[in-house]
Design a binder for this molecule. Structure first.
Ligand SMILES: C[S@@+](CC[C@H](N)C(=O)[O-])C[C@H]1O[C@@H](n2cnc3c(N)ncnc32)[C@H](O)[C@@H]1O
Length: 162
């Protein structure tokens, strides 16, 4: 399916080979999926999902933000700083501030395992004390992906979401 402006866009930076599993995790709903990695992987290609679009961006994860018009959901997991990891602080202020420029004013989401959240960052995110780019991040009351070790956060401008 072609990119559909009426659907929410899921952006997954540093995705590597993690395509089918992600599509299965989020597969109950229809989305525009944007998978991004600095390398091209063999399992990238045509992915048929009913009522969803799937695109691949071989690009630096920071540069990719500027190429996208809208992002509703950040999906990010299993990254690191050792060999093979991006070392990018995707959950840090700088990256999130750039990302939130493409976010809606309410009902944005971050679904993550807390990769590359250094120091107390993940605790601060869970406590709801992180504010960047004019957006607040709150732990969602619904944790639909806990079985997969993923935490669901809500993102809203000015912090209207709880
Ligand atoms: C540890 S792997 C994680 C892959 C994936 N998240 C998973 O769950 O399997 C990190 C990935 O980040 C990619 N990477 C490294 N630097 C990057 C960059 N600057 N921009 C985008 N991807 C990058 C690597 O190519 C690698 O595929």
């Amino acid at each position: 399916m072609l990119f559909n402006n009426n659907l929410k866009t899921v952006f997954y930076p540093c995705c590597g080979l993690d395509i089918d599993s992600t599509l299965n995790i989020l597969g109950e709903k229809s989305y525009n999926f944007i998978f991004c990695d600095i390398k091209h992987y063999n399992n990238w290609g045509v992915k048929q999902r009913p009522n969803s679009s799937v695109k691949f961006l071989k690009m630096d994860a920071t540069e990719a933000i500027s190429k996208l018009t809208k992002i509703d959901i950040l999906f990010y997991r299993r990254d690191g700083t050792s060999e093979g990891g991006s070392g990018i602080e995707v959950l840090g202020d700088e990256y999130l501030s750039a990302l939130f420029k493409k976010f809606p004013t309410s009902d944005g989401q971050i679904i993550t395992d807390g990769s590359n959240a250094f120091g107390h960052r993940l605790d601060q995110l869970k406590l709801g004390t992180v504010r960047c780019g004019g957006y607040n991040i709150q732990l969602s009351k619904t944790q639909d992906f806990s079985k997969q070790g993923l935490i669901n956060f809500l993102v809203s401008k000015g912090g209207q979401n709880v």
